[in-house]
Design a protein around this ligand. Structure first.
Ligand code: PEP
Length: 247
């Protein structure tokens, strides 16, 4: 059975309690789109309040630590995200990989920690512009998939992959439809190699400058099972326009 398109808003380091009405508005409107799975990943400080404000949509973290607890000042564990009401977490976002030096091994350990805590996980991968220009995009993403995806019995149902070319994030630039199709097909093949036949059901989201104007075209590409949305998820109006395009 084909799964519903999954549209996830990543608020990044944006939002105070003043943003809760946006979450509430997204949640209310989600009832109009029963054929779309909708979720937001607010800053960790807002997870509890967002969960309280929203009944239908998923609520997630943007990162988690590899450990459950301990002397890791400033970090947040997957167990804590779960306790705050999260259903899932993003791991391996390119901003974390670039600004916090997260390697594939660290991302994989975070994904395993998320699953152990009972969260679903969205693992982000994507090449830089220099890597694409050098003809290395598929090889780079393939290496990230191999090194970052969690393994083990029963994990596959809780895993999604987000393909986010680094050069498309927040820039207004998107790859050609052909390039998106080729990358998602390559990722699909690798998911089947890793997880066996169940890899065919893993959702592969596209992320990077998704907006209402390009969402329908991107979501129609084979093996694109949803979108991870940054900037355009910060108001209910712009996010719901993307949700509407997925319906
Ligand atoms: C992101 O950072 O996950 C993202 C997709 O950002 P944007 O939509 O703003 O490009």
């Amino acid at each position: 059975m084909a799964s519903l398109p999954y549209i996830v808003g990543n608020w990044k380091m944006n939002g105070t309690r003043a943003m809760l009405p946006e979450a509430r508005a997204i949640d209310r409107a989600a009832a109009r789109f029963p054929k779309v799975q909708v979720a937001v990943a607010p800053p960790a400080t807002l997870i509890y309040r967002t969960r309280e404000a929203a009944e239908l949509i998923g609520v997630g973290g943007q990162d988690c630590h590899t450990q459950e607890s301990g002397a890791y000042t400033g970090d947040i564990s997957a167990v804590m995200l779960k306790d705050a009401g999260a259903d899932f977490t993003i791991v391996g976002h390119s901003e974390r990989r670039a600004m916090h030096g997260e390697t594939d091994g660290v991302v994989q350990a975070k994904a395993q920690a998320a699953l152990a805590a009972g969260l679903a996980v969205i693992v982000c991968v994507g090449e830089t512009e220099a890597e694409r220009d050098a003809g290395q995009a598929v090889a780079v993403v393939s290496g990230q998939i191999e090194g970052s995806l969690p393994r083990g019995d029963g994990v596959v149902e809780k895993v999604s992959v987000a393909y986010e070319p680094v050069w498309a994030i927040g820039t207004g630039r998107v790859p050609s439809i052909e390039d998106v199709a080729a990358m998602h097909a390559a990722i699909r093949e690798q998911l089947i190699a890793i997880y066996g036949a169940d890899g065919a059901g893993v959702r592969i989201l596209y992320g990077g400058s998704v907006k209402a104007e390009n969402a329908a075209e991107l979501l129609a590409v084979a093996n694109v099972g949803g979108a991870l949305v940054g900037g355009a998820s910060l108001t209910a109006e712009s996010f719901l326009a993307i949700v509407g395009a997925a319906a």
